[in-house]
Design a protein around this ligand. Sequence first.
Ligand code: RIB
Ligand code: CA
Length: 317
Amino acid sequence: MVDRIPVIIDTDMGVDDAYSVMLALSSPQLKVLGITTSYGNVSADGATVNAIKILELLEKRVRVAKGASGPLFGKIKKYSNSRGAFIHGKDGLGNMGHSLSDPVHVEVESDAVDYMAALIRKEETKVTIVSLGPLTNIASLIISYPELRRRIDGIAMMGGSAYSGNTLPAGESNIVADPEAAQIVLQSGLRIVMCGLEATQKAYFIKDDLEMFRLIGGSVGRFYYDMTQDYISAQEKLSGERRAVIHDSVPTAWLMNPSVLKAKACHVEVDLNGQYTRACTVTDEICAGVKPNAMVAFDLNRDMFVKMHIDAFKQYR
Ligand code: RIB
Ligand code: CA
C-alpha cells in the first residue's frame, strides 16, 4: 500500500472549506494531521467553531488550532467581510451551523503557527499544507520557522487567478485578504500548486449532485445539502447560474489524484502596489527570463471531481 500523504489544512472554514475538509478526511490517500484556522469567510473564532462542529459531525478526532485574526499588515477589508457573509452565510456554514450540536470532543490548540511547526517537526516524512483561506498563517510559519522549510513537501493552495478576480476586478478573495502573505508564500521557493479561479470555477455542483449527496450521505449528506442551499442561491445571484462552486475542494482533489487538474508551470507574483490591480496574481505562462515558481491549474475534470465527493459521502451512509 502507498503511504498516505500527511497534510495540514489551513482554512477560513466556510461552506466550500467544509467540503474540502470532508473530502480530505474521507480520502484513503491523505492523512490529516491537524486543522488550523484563520479569518476570511468568517472571523478566526467563527472558523474555529465551524471546524470543530464539522469534525464532530464527521466523527473525526483531529485537533484544531486557531490562527490569524487579520492580515499581516493593515486591517480586514470591509468588502471581504460582506462578501464572506453574503456567500457563506453569517455563520460561515450557510446559516445552518446552529443545527449542529455544540462541540464536546475536539481539542483546540492555542496558536496555529506554533501548532503547524510542531506537527511538521513530529512527522517522519515531509508534510504538505493545504491552504483554503488567506495565506497569513502560512506566511507567518515560513517567517518564524525558516528551518522547517525543508520538512515541507509543498503547498496546495486555493487562491489567485491568471485572468480575473472574484472580489476585486483582478483579485481573488484569499489573495485580496492578505496580498503580502500570498507574495511571501509564492516567493518562498516551496513547491506550490496554485488552484486559482480558472480551475476552481469549473468545480461546481448542480442541484442533482446535491440531491445525490443528500441521498447517499446519511446525516452528513443531509447537513451538507442544507448548508449549500443559501450558498447556491447567493452564487446564482452573482453569476446567473445555479451552481455551487466548491473552490476549496480543488487542492484536496488534486492531492488525491493529480489527473483531476490540468496545470502548467508559471511564474506568479502578487501585485502589491497596483492602484487598480493590487492583489492580482500576475501569472506569467511564458517564463522568458524567469523561473516558474508554481504549477497553476487551468482546467478541471468535473466528472472526476463530483465522483470523488460521491465516494466520500458514501462513507457516511
Ligand atoms: O475565492 C474563493 C475562496 O474564497 C474560497 O477559499 C472561499 O472559501 C473563500 O475563502
Ligand atoms: Ca476558504
